[in-house]
Design a binder for this molecule. Structure first.
Ligand code: 5GP
Ligand code: ZN
Length: 119
């Protein structure tokens, strides 16, 4: 797996600008944008510009970029002032866990309380 853009991938199209999104942060390796169907007052997706199907394959192939995704997720929480009250970073992995877009992405959720265990 090489991380090349995939023609049929929604998040590759958001990373390239072909599909619009409400972008809140960008770096050379990542893009962060608001989820179209927010589940919390802060609900931002952080994606690598490279295409890997999930967080584990990204981390195995390009660990520095996986770290960039985590750093940007924390920066989103600071930007949205949810870091003080706590926030959640979620990587749904596999359809059985609720993954619907198979381009690695971190959900950054904040601005409300969260239950544990998660649903
Ligand atoms: P997953 O279910 O794969 O963990 O997360 C995919 C997320 O992408 C969902 O929370 C969904 O609401 C979001 N999403 C799907 N299509 C779009 C889109 O076109 N734009 C944006 N901003 N978010 C999207
Ligand atoms: Zn992709």
């Amino acid at each position: 797996m090489t991380g090349e853009p995939q023609a049929d991938c929604l998040f590759c199209k958001i990373a390239s600008g072909e599909v619009p999104a409400t972008v809140v942060r960008e770096t050379a390796t990542t893009v962060a944008f608001r989820d179209i169907n927010p589940q919390a007052p802060t609900h931002v997706l952080v994606i690598p510009r490279v295409h890997y199907p999930d967080a584990g394959t990204l981390a195995a192939a390009e660990p520095a970029v996986a770290a960039d995704v985590l750093r940007e997720a924390a920066a989103v929480a600071v930007d949205d002032k949810t870091d003080g009250s706590g926030y959640r970073i979620v990587f749904n992995t596999g359809a059985g866990a609720g993954q619907t877009v198979f381009h690695a992405h971190a959900h950054v959720l904040g601005g409300r309380g969260f239950n544990w265990p998660p649903g």
